[in-house]
Design a protein around this ligand. Structure first.
Ligand code: NAD
Length: 458
């Protein structure tokens, strides 16, 4: 059983495969959250003053300890979130990679020297102070690291709130940070409710930035709350991404890869390509081949190496997804195991109207809607007919078309002839209501600094 430093209230942690309780985790009160923020504030000055090379070394040490515990962290995620073991190992590896990548930042946080008359003009990237990171339940490890690795590298201290249902890996990462030698208070995990801990990150004046990943509805509330103190905010929100398949592509290959672009993590993925647009002349062939690949998907116990899809994270999430399935025209489904877990089969819906809820809304489960289109213009306009703009894929053999469509789709992260996953060394974030700001990539540490300009007279 995992414990946490917060003991006044606890909440149960459930394994979504067995539906049994696997632990109990502390749920911090406002006072306990304030105490954690106060410790982070105290730790900020000394952490900011750690020499760049030493801060870099500590982040590499943290990465090394995470790497040593890869299998342990992965197994915790399988038990707590129902992630497939293959994915969970990748996720723990992604934490290590983010730490290693951003460990190069402290020595490279360059300012500029700008030519001016009468003196010298310099810019500095100053850390903000305490950064509050609020994480959803769908990718507990990577999303935490996308915030804390660049934030720590830039000289900030971090308080991190995991999602209520998936707190275990974050708590373990907090312990591993101390084991690696990060000073107390530099990186603190504060489990608890969004309405208590998350809300306090927004209202507490010592928290100088909130990095929020989660639903668009809560993101809007956070943005409003941050406005009160003109608090810096990064938002990574929902998505309804399109996988656009042109008839000139290798249709068999596109149909073989499409299930992985939406059913990975049982569809609980902000980048899920949950709308498939297929050029009409290839539509029937594509849907036929998609049925074969969906039925072949291995939906089995996520602890098994062969597993390609696990259960929903919770009963509530399963029920919410089931409501979309009930209201849709289901073309076919894949399999799901028998038993108690929060399972749903991968489900394919043929949509005839863009007004259908399953076409418009972020289902956040293993459901994909397919629709035909006639030409390039219609493909772009259907893809853009959404309030979201996070991700998407384009399958075509025509390079000019690939570029035209990639430039035309209003989305932050597109891949051509692939469904590339998020890379820690390229920028990630959403257009429109999918978010505000960018994470990852070479510029991420700058998002955790204020640029200061200093003029020195000759
Ligand atoms: P959610 O918005 O319900 O919760 C996210 C986090 O915010 C949780 O830790 C929750 O406790 C906290 N929270 C809830 N209410 C709060 C409040 N009033 N103040 C402060 N914090 C609060 O989202 P979820 O259901 O956990 O996650 C699924 C959503 O996350 C989906 O919409 C998905 O698309 C989105 N997501 C986006 C990205 C991205 O990078 N764009 C990545 C993953 C998930």
């Amino acid at each position: 059983m995992t414990t946490s430093p917060f003991v006044t209230a606890t909440s149960p942690v459930i394994n979504p495969v067995t539906t049994q309780q696997i632990g109990e985790v502390g749920s911090a009160s406002v006072e306990e959250t304030d105490a954690a923020i106060a410790r982070a504030q105290e730790a900020f000055g000394p952490w900011r003053d750690v020499a760049p090379g030493e801060r870099a070394r500590l982040l590499r040490a943290f990465a090394a300890v995470v790497d040593l515990h890869n299998e342990e962290l992965a197994r915790i995620e399988v038990a707590n979130a129902g992630h497939t073991i293959g994915n969970a190992r990748w996720e723990a590896g992604n934490v290590r990679d983010c730490l290693n990548y951003y460990s190069a930042a402290p020595e490279r946080l360059f300012g500029k020297q700008i030519p001016v008359p009468g003196g010298v003009d310099l810019t500095f990237h100053e850390p903000l102070g305490v950064v509050g990171i609020i994480v959803p339940w769908n990718f507990p490890m990577p999303i935490a690291a996308w915030g804390f690795a660049p934030a720590l590298a830039a000289g900030n201290t971090v308080v991190l709130k995991p999602a209520e249902v998936t707190p275990l890996t974050a708590i373990r990462l907090g312990e591993l940070a101390l084991e690696a030698g990060l000073p107390e208070g530099v990186f603190t995990v504060v489990p608890g409710k969004g309405s208590v801990v998350g809300e306090r990150f927004v209202t507490h004046p010592a928290v100088r930035k909130v990095c929020f990943t989660g639903s668009t509805a809560v993101g809007k509330q956070i943005m409003k709350g941050c406005a009160d103190q003109v608090k810096r905010v990064t938002l990574e929100l929902g998505g309804k991404s399109a996988n656009i398949v042109f008839a000139d592509t290798d249709v068999a290959a596109a149909a073989a890869s499409a299930p992985y672009a939406v059913f990975d993590n049982a569809g609980q993925d902000c980048c899920a390509r949950s709308r498939i647009l297929v050029q009409r002349s290839a539509y029937d062939e594509f849907v036929g081949r998609l049925e074969e690949s969906v039925k072949a998907l291995k939906v089995v116990d996520p602890a098994l190496d062969e597993s390609e899809m696990g259960p929903m994270v919770s009963a509530a999430q399963r029920d919410s997804v089931q409501r979309y399935i009930d209201g849709a025209h289901v073309a076919f489904t894949g399999s799901r195991p028998d038993g108690d877990g929060y399972w749903l089969p991968p489900t394919v819906v043929e949509s005839t109207s863009t007004d259908e809820a399953v076409w418009r809304e972020e289902v956040f489960g293993p459901v994909v809607a397919v629709m035909p289109f006639e030409d390039e213009d219609e493909a772009i306009s259907l893809a853009n007919d959404t309030e979201y703009g996070l991700s998407g894929s384009i399958f075509t053999e025509n390079l000019g078309r690939a570029l035209r469509v990639a430039r035309g789709v209003e989305s932050g992260n597109l891949s051509v002839n692939s469904h590339s996953a998020v890379r820690y060394w390229t920028p990630f974030g959403g257009f429109k209501q999918s978010g505000l700001g960018r994470e990852l990539g070479p510029d991420a540490p700058n998002a955790f600094t204020e640029e200061k300009n200093v003029f020195i007279a000759h």
